[in-house]
Design a protein around this ligand. Structure first.
Ligand code: FMN
Length: 197
């Protein structure tokens, strides 16, 4: 059994000293299938999302929070594409990340997706601080999830986050096991800063 308890191999090799939650954050696929996240911690990570900034403070993010073992979890899991279903079942929580696409007057909320991404980022960093890990997924059937939760077409399901406690890599299918130990890479600052570095 290979538990990712020594996460040093997954830590980001940063060129500057970052806060621990950012250095230690990565997107695992091996989660402890028995871990339970307390109600208090769930409320804490959602609070981090709630206090994210958004364009004109429109706060267009909406969430469905599903705990493993509940009918909602099965519904969310059914809305993942197969390659994500293969591992996400052992996460303690699946959170559906949704945007409200229009305001009360029907005008487009132009920055909604950007705002949601920022809220999810805040949630992920707070989750990391709470000793959890998060893995976001775009590989989902958004329309299926939207219908399953009775949302009209002013909503759009953008992604799903798997959240939990690190688990046994050996429990993963072989292909995924290899990915869990693959080197983590990033573009250099030179490549991402177009001017002004
Ligand atoms: C919007 C978004 C969609 C993603 N979709 C998937 C996905 O469907 N399946 C998956 O295994 N990982 C998915 N990922 C995880 C990325 O592949 C991962 O964040 C990236 O490879 C960097 O790895 P790290 O998060 O461990 O640093 C997604 C991440 C983001 C932000």
């Amino acid at each position: 059994m290979t538990l990712i308890t020594d996460i040093t191999s997954r830590r980001a090799e940063t060129d500057a000293a970052l806060i621990p939650a950012l250095v230690e954050r990565f997107s695992p696929r091996a989660y402890d299938p028995d871990a339970v996240i307390s109600d208090e911690t769930v409320a804490t990570i959602l609070e981090a999302a709630r206090w994210a900034p958004s364009a004109s403070n429109t706060q267009p993010w909406r969430f469905v929070v599903a705990r493993r073992g509940t009918p909602e979890f099965t519904t969310v899991h059914d809305g993942l594409l197969g390659f994500n279903q293969a591992w996400a079942d052992s996460a303690a929580l699946l959170i559906v990340n949704i945007i409200q696409t229009t305001d009360a007057n029907g005008a487009e909320l132009r920055w909604a997706e950007y705002d949601l991404g920022q809220a999810v980022a805040h949630l992920s960093v707070q989750a990391q601080h709470e000793g959890l890990h998060t893995h976001q997924m775009g590989g989902i059937d958004g329309d299926k999830l939207r219908a399953a939760f009775g949302l009209d077409d002013s909503f759009r399901v953008v992604s799903v986050s798997a959240i939990g406690v690190l688990g046994d890599i050996d429990a993963l299918p072989e292909k995924l096991r290899e990915r869990e130990s693959a080197p983590r890479t990033r573009l250099s600052l030179d490549e991402i800063v177009i001017a002004g570095a």
